[in-house]
Write a protein that binds this ligand. Structure first.
Ligand code: FAD
Length: 406
């Protein structure tokens, strides 16, 4: 097989791009991942008990983007699912995001919907500027709710106090004055009926897509370097981290299977009390997947400083560091950076699909003349094999001549 494009990373970003390049442009694509499976962090599989689990934590699909739903629906049917989360606070399980029932139950009140906004306003602190995550919550609902729901959870999740994190971390978290207890309010909320991995398998089921798993991009044969490259792994790693590593928060997932059909009343229970348990939340997969099974599997998430890169840590100095890598990426022709790790940004799955579709359109517009029309001498793309940014910055435009997989 000859290769027109090497796509590195078989998560949402890489798989969407590979599928589009092959089906949309007729390109021959090599899709590479260092993991042993497709799907990136959205990978799911049946565990030993036969229960469908998400190996990298619960992934719930929700979006307002019709285009993204239309695209993915070519590869999967859907099972409607509205995610609900309860938080364990003062020995009770109460809805999160905070809503009318949360406040009434926790404070033994009987407020009406039209009274809750005033109740929040009486407790909210007046701050000159909402700079940090602490400011964002205290300025909206006051210190007591902040301490009950946000402080401990954030400290566990990020290993940092909310006063050290951008306001964006908690300002995204909604507070409701009605009784809506859904975690998301997007217009489309559903799970792939047979799971994410089955959907990814259909996406790459094309004669012009070759998948190479257990393969790091650095180990690719030199002969492949003349193909165009789409990189969806960590951008700092691509360049060998010449400015130092981009900081990430990691997670350890601990799975447990129980001999009972159900353990939790809803999909996820949050644990905001940092003195009670070290994990942040527990998820029971059968709620998400709709699977019928006499047993059940749950996963608990233990935040870690080291491990797989999951969440970019949103602090101004990290963003500034990323900007240096972004500038380097922009000076690296022939390589397109897409996805959450390559752009150092927390994206939901639908956002990554939208980003990948937009990137595909850009690549399609930029497409050079067909193979046979190329001049004999084409510049080559350099995939760094050593820790030198220099190698990357001297890289040049992709050839369309195709290159052969040995
Ligand atoms: C715990 C957790 C829960 C989440 N829950 C949700 C949710 O409920 N809803 C939602 O919409 N989103 C959720 N997300 C976000 C979602 O996981 C991402 O939006 C999505 O997976 C990003 O896809 P991606 O392709 O950009 O990255 P990834 O899925 O990370 O894929 C990148 C791939 O690149 C590969 N790779 C990296 N470096 C190399 C290399 N050197 N060589 C070869 N391969 C390489 C990796 O192995 C990986 O498979 C969650 C994320 C986490 C961490």
């Amino acid at each position: 097989m000859r290769v027109d494009r090497v796509v590195i990373g078989a998560g949402f970003a890489g798989t969407v791009i590979a599928e589009r390049l092959a089906r949309g442009l007729g390109e021959r694509v090599l899709l590479v991942d260092r993991r042993s499976h497709l799907g990136g962090n959205a990978y799911d599989e049946h565990d030993e008990a036969g229960i469908l689990v998400h190996r990298y934590g619960p992934h719930i699909f929700h979006t307002n983007a019709t285009r993204v739903v239309e695209y993915l629906s070519r590869f999967t049917e859907w099972r409607p699912y509205q995610h609900r989360v309860l938080a364990r606070v003062r020995g009770q399980l109460v809805p999160i995001p905070i809503n009318l029932d949360t406040v009434n139950r926790l404070f033994s009140l009987s407020l009406r919907e039209d009274e809750l906004e005033d109740w929040f306003a009486e407790r909210a602190e007046t701050l000159p500027r909402l700079r940090t995550s602490e400011d964002a919550v205290v300025g909206r609902v006051g210190r007591e709710l902040y301490e009950l729901f946000f402080r401990g959870y954030t400290r566990k999740q990020w290993g940092l106090d909310p006063s050290e994190l951008d306001a964006s971390v908690t300002s995204r978290i909604p507070v409701r004055t009605n009784r809506d207890d859904r975690y998301f309010t997007d217009t489309f909320q559903a799970m792939p009926r047979e799971g994410y991995t089955a959907m990814f398998a259909r996406m790459v089921d094309h004669p012009d897509i070759k998948v190479a798993l257990d393969t790091d991009f650095r180990d690719l044969p030199v002969t492949l370097r003349s193909a165009g490259v789409v990189f969806t792994g960590p951008v700092d790693e691509f360049f060998g981290q010449p400015f130092g590593p981009l900081p990430y928060r990691s997670l350890e997932f601990r799975f447990e299977t129980h001999d009972t059909p159900w353990l939790l009343p809803v999909g996820t229970v949050n644990e905001p009390d940092e003195t009670a348990v070290p994990y942040t939340r527990t998820t029971e997969f059968k709620h998400l997947t709709g699977q019928q099974h006499p047993r059940t599997t749950i996963v608990r998430e233990y935040p870690r400083a080291d491990g797989d890169p999951y969440y970019p840590i949103p602090r101004p100095e990290n963003q500034a560091l990323y900007e240096r890598y972004r500038a380097l990426a922009e000076r690296t022709p022939g390589v397109t950076f897409v996805g959450r790790l390559a752009t150092y940004r927390y994206y939901n799955m639908d956002q990554v699909v939208a980003q990948a579709l937009a990137t595909y359109r850009k690549l399609a517009d930029e497409r050079l003349p067909a193979t046979t029309d190329l001049p004999a001498k084409m510049p080559r793309v350099s995939i760094p094999t050593t820790s030198t940014a220099a190698a990357a910055s001297t890289a040049s435009a992709p050839a369309r001549s195709g290159t052969t997989i040995p």
